[in-house]
Design a protein around this ligand. Structure first.
Ligand SMILES: *[C@@H]1O[C@H](CO)[C@@H](O)[C@H](O)[C@H]1NC(C)=O
Length: 306
């Protein structure tokens, strides 16, 4: 009888353990550090920015825009014909080559779109038709990517003259083509908590999430003086919006909002790291960080490298 009870209780215990033990957390931390560069014509170069050899480092050239460049008339949309708008004096193709030969751990991407152009005019995503936009974008983005030896594409439109499904189709097909044909090896989207932008990016995520490697969520677009617990709540919200995605955390060095390094950004990062949820950190932007000697870039990379 005793033996019988023992066996039964052992079996029950085994079943209980099998059913209810929590699965060990698979740490999904990564050592990815990304930084936007070149949007503000402040003369910043790749070699100004400190690079820790123990992280995966992405520079994101900002921006290529499908708008005309003419000094005589205001910029206007070109239906997917992208041109380079970053500081090409200091960030040209040979700078990219030499950077990549010096650092095995550095890759270079470019970001498409952005907030504004010229005299603070908003950049709108303005395709004429899906097919024509995609055709032009494939051609121009491939051309720029080859010329600049790029590894990745970031999508950063913030204003829209097209609905969410059109956006998703255009961007999804472009990214699919670029990755399928080995033009670039990774893609990210850059979105923020905004009623008009989010539906576009969520539609893109739903339909083409499988071609998007990282979600550069602009946590610095939240209110100034965000505290740690709010920040962690926002992180959870966006992680569930972009379910299955690698949502990266971020701060701005241009005086924008969100949880700043002074108010506990790195403490929040350590919390996420402890939970296996730190997929990487990105910063807007190198142009703005130069004045402070990139101190927070150094701290970010040290935290990721550990
Ligand atoms: C963070 O801010 C929220 C909203 O202002 C506030 O309710 C909360 O108490 C703050 N938390 C901490 C730890 O300061």
């Amino acid at each position: 009888m005793d033996l019988c009870m023992l066996v039964v209780s052992l079996i029950l215990e085994i079943i209980f353990i099998a059913l209810f033990s929590s699965h060990p957390v698979v740490a999904a931390n990564s050592k990815l550090f990304r930084e936007y560069i070149g949007a503000e014509d402040k003369g910043v170069t790749f070699s100004d920015v400190p690079i820790n050899e123990d992280v995966d480092f992405h520079f994101i050239l900002s921006f290529a825009i499908d708008y005309t460049t003419s000094s005589s008339s205001p910029p206007s949309p070109t239906n997917g014909d992208f041109r380079v708008y970053w500081d090409t004096q200091n960030l040209n193709p040979s700078h990219v080559s030499s950077l990549k030969t010096h650092y095995w751990n550095v890759k270079v991407a470019m970001s498409l779109g952005g907030d504004t152009i010229a005299n603070n005019e908003k950049v709108y995503f303005s395709p004429k038709t899906i097919n024509s936009w995609v055709r032009n974008a494939i051609h121009s983005v491939t051309d720029i990517s080859r010329r600049y030896h790029l590894d990745g594409i970031d999508i950063d439109y913030e204003h829209f003259h097209a609905d969410a499904d059109t956006f998703a189709e255009c961007i999804g097909r472009l990214l699919f083509f670029l990755k399928q044909n080995g033009v670039v090896s990774f893609a990210s989207l850059a979105t923020y908590n905004d009623d008009s932008a989010q539906p576009h990016y969520l539609a893109l995520w739903r339909k083409y999430g499988h071609v998007i490697d990282y979600v550069n969520f602009q946590f610095y677009a939240y209110e100034k003086c965000t505290n740690i617990s709010q920040f962690l709540k926002y992180f959870d919200e966006q992680s569930s919006n972009y379910r299955g995605g690698k949502v990266l955390v971020s701060f701005g060095t241009d005086g924008s909002g969100g949880l700043s390094p002074e108010n506990g950004f790195f403490m929040a990062c350590r919390r996420l790291k402890h939970q296996g949820k730190l997929h990487g950190i990105f910063v807007w932007s190198a142009d703005d960080s130069m004045k402070d000697g990139f101190r927070y870039e150094k701290l970010s990379q040290t935290l990721l490298a550990k």
